[in-house]
Ligand binder design. Sequence first.
Ligand code: ADP
Length: 507
Amino acid sequence: MSTQPPPKVLFATSEIAPWVKTGGLGDVSAALPAALADAGADVRVLVPGYPALLAAFPGRVECARIERPGGAFLPARIARAPLRPGLELLLLECPALYDRHGGPYQDRAGAEWPDNSLRFGLLSKAAALLASTDTPLDWSPSILHCNDWQSALAPAYLRYRLRPACPSVVTIHNLAFQGVFGAERLDALDLPPRALAIDGVEFHGQVSFLKAGLQLCDCVTTVSPTYAREICEPAHGCGLDGLLRHRRDRGAGELRGILNGIDTALWNPATDPSIAAPYDAGALGGKRANRSALARRMGLDASAGAPFLGMISRMTAQKGVDLVLEIAPALVARGARLAILGSGDATLEAAWRELAAAHPRRIAVEIGFDEALAHLIEAGADAFLMPSRFEPCGLNQMYSLAYGTPPIVRATGGLADTVVDCTPRTLAEGSANGFSFVEPHAAALLETVERALAVWRDRRAWRKLQRNGMARDWSWGTAAREYAGLYRSCGREPPPVVPQAAAPTRP
Ligand code: ADP
């Protein structure tokens, strides 16, 4: 049994559900710190003071000031807001940078905020300061955990500007977003010229927040074992595969894949307040009422014998939304109904609107972000579509599995780690829980949906598939234990090998 004290974790993030969320990072930043606290860790989550958070925590208490943050950064303050025992938020308040309406990265029109380098440079700088020997807080972490590019510059400050008081971990939630800015930002970001080097923050002549973190932190993790392997290859490495291979090959757990969990307090069909009727693996009949509610909510024809296919997604090529668009008419011709929720790329959004108009009551599309509708789609659909070209972990397929809505996925990243393709053998063994395919083509997706529909028509086989998915524990407990182990070993030298029968040395 470990005699080490529980870890003290400074978790730096640019999103936290339910207040600020654009995707999986927001969910993870809420659920993982909570699971760590449940396991006995002392966790503080550092997050920018966006309007939604300032409004949610009027009783927050200032606990530190950063008067001279350096570079072009403005002074900031940090306020604490306890969430529950072992877990509190640290809001990084700098109204000129964060107290504005719009998304965390973009304005309401979808344009990137022009000062994002400063907004997330300050988040990184503050995280580094709190993990340094100069911390203004009366609390010091035993580990700094940075997430994605928005906080990944912290290890650079700990290398070039501050003295680290603890090791640092950088987790890649999506390697495609890297935070790359012109080299002329170096000064404004309070980094010295020598940082613009191949073993520093430099990436093709520019400043890359994520490259800096991956280069300078003690341990790198990503959100599934398969994605950890994939990002070491050129096809998925987004230009950073060489660096990632280097870190992997140095061994000692320097690059690990730890599969995300899901928040089973929020995503549980037996207790979900957003759905029409509760159900569980023992009483799957409740799904019928949810199917009807979904049909009413989205204006779909719910004739018996029509399979409902759901999709909830950022509208981007990453998610294979275009593949679904391509086969949607063929799916309708086979009697299927499509319930689509998402927002993102304007061209994809327009294509979906058009398709919905051409197939009234067969294809329903809601453009936007709607948490309650997302729950109803998971509960009301028969199967879920997620044909991602790449997928670091993916949460929606796990929600689908928990909701008895077998996912139809491309076998990549976390999808490959969670979905077991249904074949006569896997079904007989009891491991099948969905359907997967390999080639990122519309024809492969269509063939897989057809396979799924054939199983759907076999009621007993489908029930088995649903129950297999619902039987597994998708909660955060396992991941939290793995992170706790990583926090203990990260940055520590392996224990010296002591010769067994060495004679004691005399002073
Ligand atoms: P990513 O982080 O790449 O967007 P994930 O599957 O890991 O994909 O996580 C997406 C999260 O965002 C899930 O919780 C999903 O339900 C949610 N989500 C995505 N788009 C929408 C939307 N339009 N409305 C409601 N929830 C959404």
